[in-house]
Design a binder for this molecule. Structure first.
Ligand SMILES: Cc1cc2nc3c(=O)[nH]c(=O)nc-3n(C[C@H](O)[C@H](O)[C@H](O)COP(=O)(O)OP(=O)(O)OC[C@H]3O[C@@H](n4cnc5c(N)ncnc54)[C@H](O)[C@@H]3O)c2cc1C
Length: 123
């Protein structure tokens, strides 16, 4: 959707950006979206339309990124679509049952999560 609010009616979480389980971010973004909404209402006392407009504008680029990642990365991992997806998933499962492989994967995931984490309210 182009916008998640009309007048004073706001959609949040799955009802708005619906990242699905493929993103692994549905619960976090549902809470972050609500938290940001509270922050922007506080920052714009008496100007709800402006608060909602800012909220929408700040969240859209981030959610678009998550939606894309869910489709391109999460979906093939959870539900392999091609033979290649299946091979990659099987290889990943093998790596993750190995202690050294697990260590490497954890470090890679930590790095990826650090890169993904941004302070939306400060943007
Ligand atoms: C199998 C699965 C695995 C997942 N794994 C992860 C994960 O690892 N990490 C992650 O971050 N996210 C995960 N998610 C996604 C995450 O659960 C959702 O994105 C998150 O719960 C969305 O929160 P929400 O508050 O927007 O919606 P919901 O949690 O769906 O809350 C909506 C609430 O509204 C209630 N409701 C509906 N209609 C009405 C009505 N008419 N009147 C009153 N109440 C109503 C519902 O009963 C529900 O309690 C997963 C989802 C699934 C299905």
């Amino acid at each position: 959707m182009d916008t998640w609010h009309t007048d004073r009616v706001v959609l949040l979480g799955d009802a708005a950006w619906c990242l699905t389980l493929y993103s692994g971010m549905g619960a976090s973004t549902a809470m972050a979206g609500a938290d940001l909404l509270g922050t922007l209402l506080q920052r714009n006392p008496g100007n709800t339309p402006r608060a909602l407009r800012e909220w929408d504008q700040k969240l859209h680029p981030f959610m678009a990124l998550q939606q894309k990642s869910a489709r391109t990365e999460g979906l093939p991992t959870f539900v392999p679509q091609t033979r290649k997806d299946k091979i990659v998933r099987t290889a990943m499962q093998k790596v993750l049952t190995n202690r050294a492989g697990k260590k490497v994967m954890t470090a890679m995931m930590d790095k990826a999560f650090k890169e993904m984490s941004i302070d939306i309210a400060a943007v």
